[in-house]
Design a protein around this ligand. Structure first.
Ligand code: AHG
Ligand code: MN
Ligand code: MN
Ligand code: MN
Length: 335
């Protein structure tokens, strides 16, 4: 028998402390949890069912979609559209916003999600995940449009991700710290296993896609070069490197033992100021990282304060242990 707190109980108790809470938010989170359990189940089935490999289609950002990108997106939309908790949704895999079909009631929240993060890893059996961000729909908006979604990350009501790894875990913040829950597959419930996750201020571990090195700006070149020089260099200590290519796994590692993760601006394609998407990757992860005591920046400003211009907008991302993020930002200011 578990002595731990179930995710549902945790959310309900957290909501009780908020005046005038209607239970809508609790309902919405439960719906998201159900969707993530469904995706977790599919990811676990892998090659036993026909879900691996390419879908043969491209999404709005010109990425080849995996079958599981498309399926996970379907699961999210179908699990959430009927519930009455959402006014509209937006997804990495869908160009415009996703309206609630007219036969269903509308709720007061907007949901943005990356249905399957790290999908290039799905065929090689490496951790993937789902990232989401919840905003309030502006008052008096009967039918939300894209501009209603374009709120800075500071406005997020809740952010979270579910990681489908050796265990399936849900990591959540509603602005009162960060908590991690492990899915007990036998009873189908997430149990609070990692209360109050915090990121150490210092670290000796960095994560960056080194194959892009020649495209980085000088301050990033300098920071990584100094890490690589280790004990013999100006930092006077050795650094370790990790690159999973699943942001969910990268952020989860940083929440567990610290580290810095960077997908900085690079000169490959001037139309793309970075790889990661602001609204459903950078903002939710930045909210979580800040709530765990870390920092998150574009190198020029706090990610949560970026004024969004589009739901699929990309931003440079530097996040993790506070002192290292501040160092990278300082190198940019000096340059
Ligand atoms: P997605 O699979 O949702 O498109 O996101 C992948 C992202 C992120 O998870 C990861 O940090 C990065 O792209 C990997 O980039 P590389 O392909 O440069 O390794
Ligand atoms: Mn993608
Ligand atoms: Mn992603
Ligand atoms: Mn994705």
């Amino acid at each position: 028998m578990h002595s731990g707190t179930f995710l549902t109980q945790f959310i309900i108790e957290e909501q009780r402390s908020i005046p005038n809470a209607t239970g809508d938010f609790t309902g919405l989170l439960n719906d998201i949890v159900t969707a993530c359990k469904t995706i977790s189940h599919l990811v676990n089935r892998g090659g036993l069912i026909d879900i691996l490999g390419a879908a043969g289609t491209e999404n709005v950002q010109g990425e080849g979609q995996k079958k599981l990108d498309v399926i996970s997106n379907e699961v999210m939309v179908k699990s959430l559209e009927w519930t009455g908790h959402l006014a509209a949704m937006a997804s990495e895999e869908v160009e415009g916003i996703i309206s609630i079909p007219s036969q269903y009631p509308k709720g007061k929240y907007l949901l943005l999600f990356d249905p399957l993060d790290g999908s290039s890893n799905i065929d090689v059996n490496i951790s993937v995940g789902t990232i989401f961000s919840i905003l309030r729909c502006p008052d008096g908006v009967p039918e939300p449009t894209e501009k209603d979604f374009l709120q800075p990350g500071t406005q997020q009501v809740c952010a979270g991700f579910c990681i489908y790894g050796p265990t399936t875990m849900m990591v959540l913040t509603t602005g009162h710290g960060v908590n991690g829950f492990t899915l007990d597959q036998d009873i189908g419930e997430f149990i609070l296993t990692h209360p109050n996750m915090t990121i150490p201020e210092d670290t000796g571990e960095f994560a960056i896609n080194m194959s892009n090195q020649r495209f980085w700006e000088a301050p990033v070149q300098r920071y990584i070069e100094e890490c690589i020089q280790g004990k013999e260099g100006p930092r006077g200590k050795n650094f370790n490197m990790r690159w999973v290519a699943s942001m969910v796994a990268e952020v989860y590692r940083i929440l567990t033992r610290g580290g810095i993760f960077m997908y900085p601006w690079d000169s490959r394609d001037p139309s793309k100021p970075g790889r990661l998407r602001l609204m459903y990757e950078a903002n939710p992860m930045s909210f979580i990282v800040e709530q765990a005591g870390g920092a998150s920046s574009t190198s020029q400003q706090r990610i949560l304060e970026v004024d969004p211009e589009g739901i699929h907008q990309r931003v440079p991302v530097i996040l993790g242990s506070k002192n290292e993020v501040e160092r990278v930002v300082a190198y940019h200011q000096e340059a």
